[in-house]
Design a protein around this ligand. Structure first.
Ligand code: AMP
Ligand code: MG
Length: 409
């Protein structure tokens, strides 16, 4: 058995971000920016009002109040062509350009109207009140985003705010998913000994949630030539290939052998000291050094192996600065024990944010690597040393997999 660190090292050490491409902002969410994004325009670009009210000269209220004549109305997007003179005011709406001559805005709630064209300002105003200044938000040359930062909604908005409609990103990895196993059937009624393929939908969804482009490569039988054909075709069209099954020590576990054949001297077929997901195969195939992952067939193992190896690799390929999921301390609401077996245990658990603001584990999933339904309610993986014995109230490390379900119930 090798350690998790050793396995992760051979997976991650040679990977580099994929090529840079220019994409439209509306397809860039979740990609990593390939460059620093530097402001070329100042925002706001002009003095404007932060309130609906009256634009005026602060000097006209210096006696403690003002009585001003309304000479125009300024709407957002419709500047006034007039210059404001002493004793004058203009109605002004939020976001409208401050007229020449004005230096202050008085909120509409604070004035008293006298007829249609006179307002009383009840107090002395300081110059600049309720005015937004050019460059308040962004100045020219400001670094809005650094290279390898994730393009979140606000990041995309700020780039759009500079008048850009595209952005340079690292290409999203295209990831092929292949299931292997003679027992897998797509027929409406299963024959004796057959099961349905759950790994493929699991992985396709996990990939989609990871912001990459999944490709469904179907199912290969437990036949060495067939698996070879499927995988060698897959590496031609994909940046990464993930297949499940056939990496353990069974009579027809051909995947690990094929992965070795495809990448002489650049493959690993190992037993990792973790539970679940001990068997694991990995190779860099061909001139493009395309990563192939051979994950164990049991669905819970597939999930854990995906989280520990595949997802970090995809984050590196996608150019992301942050490769890992958040890992936090959590308070156990239940007992948790692991066998003394020299393996690091990854236990699916249900966590939530408690009234104390801390992350709590409310339940550990019934564990066995074939018990897929048991992990449906889970949103985290507790990381537990072998021989760990924890009581309710103790703390453990958890890797957060889903955030939506963390909300207080
Ligand atoms: P293997 O790694 O091929 O020995 O498979 C280990 C276990 O996982 C066996 O019980 C398989 O039937 C099961 N298994 C393999 N592939 C899948 C799949 N795609 N969906 C669901 N179960 C699978
Ligand atoms: Mg199999």
């Amino acid at each position: 058995m090798i350690s998790l660190e050793t396995a992760r090292d051979f997976v991650l050490r040679d990977l580099v971000p994929l090529a840079v491409e220019e994409v439209a902002l509306d397809v860039a969410l979740g990609c990593a920016s390939a460059t620093d994004v530097v402001a070329r325009e100042m925002v706001p670009g002009f003095r404007n009002s932060s309130m609906d009210g009256f634009a005026l000269r602060a000097l006209d209220t210096s006696t403690g109040s003002g009585r001003l004549r309304v000479v125009d109305t300024v709407l957002a997007g419709r500047p006034s062509s007039r210059t404001l003179s002493a004793g004058e005011t203009m109605r002004i709406m939020t976001g409208a350009a401050l007229p020449e001559g004005a230096d202050t805005v008085c909120r509409i709630e604070d004035v008293t109207m006298v007829g249609d064209d006179l307002v009383i300002i009840p107090r002395r105003l300081d110059a600049g009140e309720c005015v937004r200044w050019p460059g308040d938000d962004v100045h020219v040359g400001q670094v809005l985003l650094t290279a390898r930062a994730e393009l979140t909604a606000p990041a995309l908005a700020v780039i759009a705010g500079q008048g850009y409609s595209t952005v340079l990103v690292h290409r999203r990895p295209v990831v092929g998913v292949l299931s292997t196993g003679d027992e897998l059937s797509a027929a409406p009624t299963l024959s004796a000994g057959q099961i349905r393929d759950t790994n493929r939908p699991l992985l396709l969804a996990l990939l989609r949630a990871s912001g990459v482009t999944p490709v469904d490569l179907g199912v290969a039988p437990d036949d060495r030539e067939e698996i070879h054909r499927h995988l060698s075709e897959a590496v031609m069209g994909c940046d990464v290939v993930v297949c499940t099954g056939g990496v353990s020590v069974g009579d027809v576990d051909h995947v690990k052998g094929v992965i070795g054949d495809l990448a002489p001297g650049r493959s690993h077929s190992v037993q990792v000291a973790i539970k679940p997901a001990k068997p694991f195969a990995f190779a860099l195939v061909g001139a493009m050094a395309t990563p192939i992952f051979g994950l164990p067939g049991n669905p819970v193992s597939t999930r854990v192996s995906f989280e520990l190896f595949v997802r970090p690799a995809l984050r590196v390929l996608g150019g992301h600065r942050l490769v890992e999921r958040p890992r936090v301390r959590a308070v156990l609401g239940c007992a948790l024990a692991t066998p003394t077996d020299e393996k690091l245990h990854f236990v699916h658990v249900t966590t939530h944010v408690g009234d104390d603001g801390r992350v709590h584990v409310s339940e550990a999933a019934r564990h066995n690597s074939h018990l897929l339904s048991a992990i449906v309610a889970s949103n985290a993986l507790a990381v537990v040393e072998p021989g760990g014995t924890y009581a309710a109230g103790d703390e453990v490390d958890v890797i957060i997999l889903e955030t939506a379900s963390l909300a207080r119930a």
